[in-house]
Ligand binder design. Structure first.
Ligand SMILES: *[C@@H]1O[C@H](CO)[C@@H](O)[C@H](O)[C@H]1NC(C)=O
Ligand SMILES: *[C@@H]1O[C@H](CO)[C@@H](O)[C@H](O)[C@H]1NC(C)=O
Ligand SMILES: *[C@@H]1O[C@H](CO)[C@@H](O)[C@H](O)[C@H]1NC(C)=O
Length: 283
């Protein structure tokens, strides 16, 4: 199965190289990429930076032909090299990254809360789908993706995170969303108590690679510069897993619990979106 997948990836890589060769200057001969996400701006990943189509196209899209699909890099399941993209944490005191960006995921999901005896909500974790937005870096739509995505998600009658892909697609936020993976919470794998956030690409973009996850430790947590309706911006580092060395949650929209609750009332989920930037890692 593993060998078959690799063979398919190799074949598909060649096809994509052929497809792109008209628009992008090529290095001599395409080879299967052993280390598909270089942390330096040079290297084979950079050929995708100027690829046609701009990835998941935003705005009105009249074409659904195969030729307009994002130039997906089948060796990672993701599209464009983001190693030179910069993480905009302006308006906050979040630290600068120590590693180059590897993945940018638009997170669409819910923050979950339970009502405590004091009549206030406490967080019980979150669940979100992460969509690849790497090919939209630099496009006009990029800086408002979290807002357009939030508007579509929050106005949807669905509360199911599994329907977020079709919601983004029908609202034309991203015409053909590519799922990187999921963000959710697990029991802290080191201490065995408390919850830790996990970013898990093992079922989607890096399916078949059991190491394609990171569990994070929160290092920094600041109020969203956009206001108190939006959940905090965060900076985390790797606790376990090799998907990333650092994770930023920025550009948040929604997700905050009401200020008070009636003790004993049911748990709630609050819709949110955010941009998750993963840096470093071994993929
Ligand atoms: C949070 O709520 C979602 C529903 O949006 C659910 O799928 C998920 O399991 C919940 N996660 C936790 C940690 O409660
Ligand atoms: C995080 O990843 C680095 C490798 O880049 C490793 O040296 C370090 O031990 C990891 N941190 C933890 C807490 O595992
Ligand atoms: C999300 O939609 C609900 C109505 O379903 C509304 O009450 C709420 O204010 C919206 N959230 C934001 C942050 O706009």
């Amino acid at each position: 199965m593993f060998t078959l997948t690799k063979s398919f990836a190799f074949l598909a890589t060649i096809l994509i190289h052929l497809h792109l060769s008209a628009a992008a200057p090529m290095q001599a001969r395409p080879a299967p990429r052993q280390n598909p996400r270089p942390t330096s701006p040079s290297g084979s990943g950079s050929q995708f930076a100027n690829a046609p189509g701009g990835g998941g196209v935003t705005g009105p899209s009249t074409s659904t032909a195969t030729g307009s699909s994002p130039p997906t890099d089948v060796t990672t399941g993701t599209a464009c090299d983001v190693s030179t993209a910069s993480i905009d944490t302006s308006g906050t005191t979040l630290p600068a990254p120590s590693f180059s960006p590897s993945f940018i995921g638009l997170g669409v999901g819910t923050q979950n809360y339970t009502c405590g005896s004091a009549g206030t909500y406490t967080s019980t974790g979150a669940f979100a789908e992460l969509f690849d937005v790497s090919c939209l870096v630099g496009q006009a739509s990029f800086t408002s993706l979290q807002s357009t995505a939030f508007a579509a998600w929050n106005s949807s009658s669905s509360t199911s995170v599994s329907s977020t892909s079709s919601i983004l697609s029908s609202a034309n936020v991203i015409s053909s969303p590519i799922t990187l993976g999921q963000h959710y919470f697990i029991t802290n794998p080191v201490t065995g108590s408390g919850l830790s956030p996990k970013w898990d690409f093992t079922s989607n973009a890096l399916a078949g690679d059991a190491d394609a996850f990171v569990v994070g430790t929160k290092v920094d947590d600041v109020a969203a510069p956009t206001g108190s309706v939006d959940v905090d911006w965060l900076y985390l580092t790797n606790l376990t897993g090799t998907l990333a060395n650092e994770v930023y949650r920025i550009d948040t929209q929604g997700g905050q619990a009401p200020a008070s609750c009636t003790s004993g009332s049911a748990d709630i989920t609050v819709k949110y979106t955010a941009m998750y930037w993963l840096t470093g890692g071994s993929f």
